[in-house]
Design a protein around this ligand. Structure first.
Ligand code: GDP
Length: 164
């Protein structure tokens, strides 16, 4: 199995609803390691770059306001950003995160447990999780400087995981 890295964001609704602890607990079931972590006030440029694949969607502007926390205001207008590393990290974390539409997500997944669609149609799905390894690499470069990632394992390098 490949050692992969991926970007996780606890979105502003996750922070506002005090879900950070619950989310990190669920993610920790994967036994992956955190190799980068920080809180970010998301600029419009960063939000646009992160979601560039959705720029033609009708909900794009609303999505930018959501990820920037504009619809919640201070002190919720920020995200927690993490880089995780582990075997098959992307597909395993996507499973724990759940489907994009929180109403269709598995009930035991993070999005299925804590997400909702608002009356204005915003998919409040509490976390972002990279969708494939190449997207993950692009996103990690966008959100983190190399020196913000634990040095000896950036870029991708095999790590030894002790068996319990
Ligand atoms: P993800 O990788 O599962 O987050 O899915 P996407 O990259 O396709 O979408 C990015 C984010 O845009 C999602 O997490 C949702 O917050 C939002 N989104 C995606 N599809 C829709 C939609 O059909 N309607 C609305 N309102 N938001 C959406």
């Amino acid at each position: 199995m490949e050692i992969e890295q991926l970007l996780i964001l606890v979105k502003p609704d996750g922070i506002k609803k005090s879900l950070t602890g619950n989310i990190l607990t669920k993610l920790s079931e994967s036994r992956m390691v955190i190799i980068g972590a920080k809180i970010v006030k998301v600029s419009r440029d960063l939000a646009e770059a992160h979601y560039c694949h959705l720029k033609d969607k009708l909900f794009f502007n609303e999505l930018l306001d959501y990820i920037r926390g504009k619809i919640y205001g201070e002190p919720w207008d920020r995200v927690l950003a993490f880089v995780y590393q582990g075997e098959d990290a992307v597909s395993r974390m996507r499973k724990i995160a759940g489907a994009t539409n929180p109403e269709e997500a598995d009930h035991v997944s993070i999005r299925g447990s804590y997400g909702r669609i608002t009356t204005k149609g915003v998919y409040e799905n509490v976390i972002h999780c990279s969708s494939d390894p190449s997207e993950a690499a692009r996103e990690i470069k966008l959100w983190f400087k190399p020196e913000e990632i634990v040095k000896e394992i950036y870029p991708v390098k095999k790590i030894v995981v002790e068996k319990e």
